[in-house]
Design a protein around this ligand. Structure first.
Ligand code: 2AM
Ligand code: CA
Ligand code: CA
Ligand code: CA
Length: 267
C-alpha cells in the first residue's frame, strides 16, 4: 500500500471513531458560531488534533492545511496534507447522522492520495492517483451517468453567500426540467464520494473550500468522473464553484448553467 495512504487511513479512522463516540454524548458537544450559518464544535477541533498528531508522527516536515487551524508550514512545502476534520458539522450538531473526515495529500499541487471516512456507516472511501478508488476495499466505477435527463443530482445551497441565491434557484429550476430529483446531504466530501459510488449521478455547489472537495475529487475522478468550475474551466480551487460527474453529465449541466449564470459565477 502507498505509505501515505496508510497514514491517511489511520488518521481518518482515529478521528472518525472519536466523532462517532462524541455523537453518543451530545451534552459534551460545545457549539460556537464562526459566521453566518457557520458553526464549529470542540469535536471538529479534537478530530483535527488527532489527525495532525498521526501525520506529524510519520511526516514531521510536511505542510498541513486544515479548516480550523489554517496552514501549519513544514520544512517540506511541496507536500501538503489538506484536511477537513469534520465535513458536515451542521448535520453533526443536529444529530443528522451524515458527516465525514476528509484527507487529501497533494504533491507539487497535484492530489496523489485521498481518504474520506464516514464513521456512522463505517464507510472508508480512498484513492491513489492512477490506481482507482475504493470503498472498503471494493473498486468504485460509479461516475458513469449517460446524461442529465433522469439523473439524481446532489447540490448544496449557498448558505453563506445568499447574494447568489436567485441565480442558484434559477439554475436549479432549469435543471429540474430534465433531471429526476435533487439531494442536499450537507457533506460535500460525501457528495463527491457518492458520485464515485453511483449513489448520485452528479454534484455541483457554489463557494466550497479546498478541504471540502480535494479528497472527494480524487476519489470521484478515479471512479471515472471529471470536475470543472461553472464554465468548464479548472479555476475551482480559487472560486470554489464545482461541477462533478461523468464527462457527459458535466457537459449537460454546464450547458444548463451557461444560460443562467451571473458574471460573478463565471469566474
Ligand atoms: P463543514 O461542515 O466542514 O463546514 C458544503 O455544503 C459544505 O459547507 C459542507 O460540506 C459543510 O462543511 C459546509 N457548511 C457549513 N455550514 C453549512 C450549512 N449551514 N449548511 C450546509 N453546509 C454547511
Ligand atoms: Ca466548517
Ligand atoms: Ca467542509
Ligand atoms: Ca469541517
Amino acid at each position: 500500500m502507498h505509505p501515505m495512504l496508510n497514514i491517511a487511513i489511520r488518521a481518518a479512522r482515529k478521528a472518525g471513531n472519536h466523532i462517532a463516540k462524541s455523537y453518543e454524548t451530545p451534552d459534551n458537544v460545545q457549539i460556537t458560531q464562526k459566521g453566518t450559518n457557520d458553526f464549529v464544535t470542540n469535536v471538529d477541533r479534537e478530530s483535527e488534533h488527532l489527525i495532525i498528531e498521526v501525520i506529524r508522527k510519520s511526516y514531521p516536515d510536511h505542510t498541513i492545511i486544515t479548516e480550523e487551524s489554517g496552514e501549519l508550514l513544514g520544512k517540506e512545502d511541496e507536500i501538503q496534507w489538506v484536511i477537513d476534520p469534520l465535513d458536515g458539522t451542521t448535520n453533526f450538531t443536529k444529530r443528522f447522522p451524515h458527516f465525514a473526515v476528509s484527507i487529501a495529500v497533494r504533491i507539487k499541487g497535484r492530489t496523489e492520495v485521498a481518504v474520506v471516512y464516514d464513521p456512522m456507516r463505517n464507510e472508508l472511501f480512498s484513492a491513489v492517483r492512477g490506481q482507482g478508488s475504493q470503498l472498503n476495499g471494493y473498486r468504485l466505477r460509479g461516475a458513469d451517468a449517460r446524461e442529465l435527463d433522469g439523473a439524481i443530482v446532489a447540490t448544496g445551497f449557498p448558505f453563506k453567500q445568499k447574494q447568489h441565491s436567485v441565480v442558484f434557484m434559477n439554475i436549479m429550476s432549469k435543471m429540474f426540467e430534465s433531471c429526476a430529483d435533487f439531494r442536499r446531504t450537507g457533506s460535500a466530501a460525501l457528495d463527491l464520494c457518492y458520485v464515485a459510488a453511483g449513489r448520485v449521478d452528479a454534484y455541483y455547489e457554489i463557494g466550497l473550500k479546498p478541504w471540502d472537495f480535494l479528497g472527494g475529487e480524487l476519489i470521484m475522478r478515479e471512479a471515472g468522473g471529471i470536475m470543472t468550475d461553472f464554465v468548464g474551466n479548472h479555476n475551482y480551487l480559487a472560486s470554489g464553484n464545482i461541477v462533478a460527474g461523468s464527462p457527459r453529465i458535466v457537459k449537460d449541466i454546464l450547458s444548463v448553467m451557461r444560460e443562467e449564470l451571473s458574471e460573478a459565477l463565471k469566474r
